[in-house]
Design a protein around this ligand. Structure first.
Ligand code: MLT
Length: 240
């Protein structure tokens, strides 16, 4: 098994993902929000790469059963029902609903990797479940970090490193690319106190300044959910 980590979405174009098994990460906060929404009973999450697509896609769906969610500069977008805080995606709010989600980095990264043969959604909250799924497939793996504004983000890289660490407990001989080795080693050095990592990260500081301290706590929790969200035919659902 070969494992590669793309430390930012700029490292590859859409066609790169064709036929590959990919896990996308945006710990703060898109992939954590997607896991939460699905764990709380949302029917599906539809990630989109622009606000215009969000409005267009939701316009063609049944009003009461669809919710528009997402953020610009961490804040809810005008006219949207929900922002991008996972804490908003409670069972009462999302049960049975289709959620169209636009976020600055995360939803775009997912859409970019859409040609993958299997595309999984990863956060700290569902790390072991995704690791188990990837081990059962036993294929080479691409891990895509959504990062920040086409740059690197510490929290996504540490999450990639933790996934690799989990996989290597079983596949000791997995072959790591340079990006995978960096992630593995950064997790070893910095990945013990995840809450601290998130609070001290570039995006974590911005979220904290905007009043989202509770989100940092929530997004830092390991294995809250035993679910594997899978993107297929433009929608994300729990894979069974
Ligand atoms: C993103 O996709 O850039 C993030 O999820 C932003 C956020 O924290 O809301």
């Amino acid at each position: 098994m070969k494992i590669n980590v793309l430390l930012s979405p700029v490292f590859a174009d859409e066609l790169y993902y064709s036929g590959k098994v990919t896990a996308v990460i945006d710990v703060l906060r898109a992939t954590t929000t997607i896991c939460t929404a699905l764990a709380n009973g949302a029917k599906e999450v539809i990630p989109v790469a622009s606000v215009e697509s969000a409005v267009k896609v939701s316009g063609g769906m049944f009003g009461g059963l669809t919710l528009l969610g997402g953020e610009r500069n961490t804040k809810k977008i005008e006219g949207f029902a929900l922002g991008n805080s996972p804490l908003e995606y409670t069972q009462e709010v999302v049960q049975g609903k289709s959620i169209v989600l636009y976020t600055t980095n995360g939803s775009k990264a997912i859409v970019k990797a859409k040609f993958s043969s299997k595309l999984f959604i990863l956060s700290f909250n569902n790390l072991n479940a995704v690791a188990e799924k990837l081990l059962s497939l036993d294929k080479d793996i691409e891990i895509l970090c959504s990062g920040r504004n086409n740059g690197f983000s510490l929290e996504d890289t540490i999450c990639a490193g933790k996934l690799i660490t989990e996989i290597m407990k079983v596949k000791e001989d997995a072959e790591l690319s340079d990006g995978a080795k960096i992630s593995y080693n950064i997790n070893k050095t910095l990945g013990k106190n995840l809450h601290k990592v998130l609070m001290e990260s570039d995006h974590g500081k911005i979220l904290s300044a905007n009043g989202f301290d509770e989100d940092l706590n929530y997004c830092s929790k390991l294995n809250t959910y035993d679910i594997v969200p899978l993107y297929s035919s433009n929608v994300i659902k729990i894979s069974h």
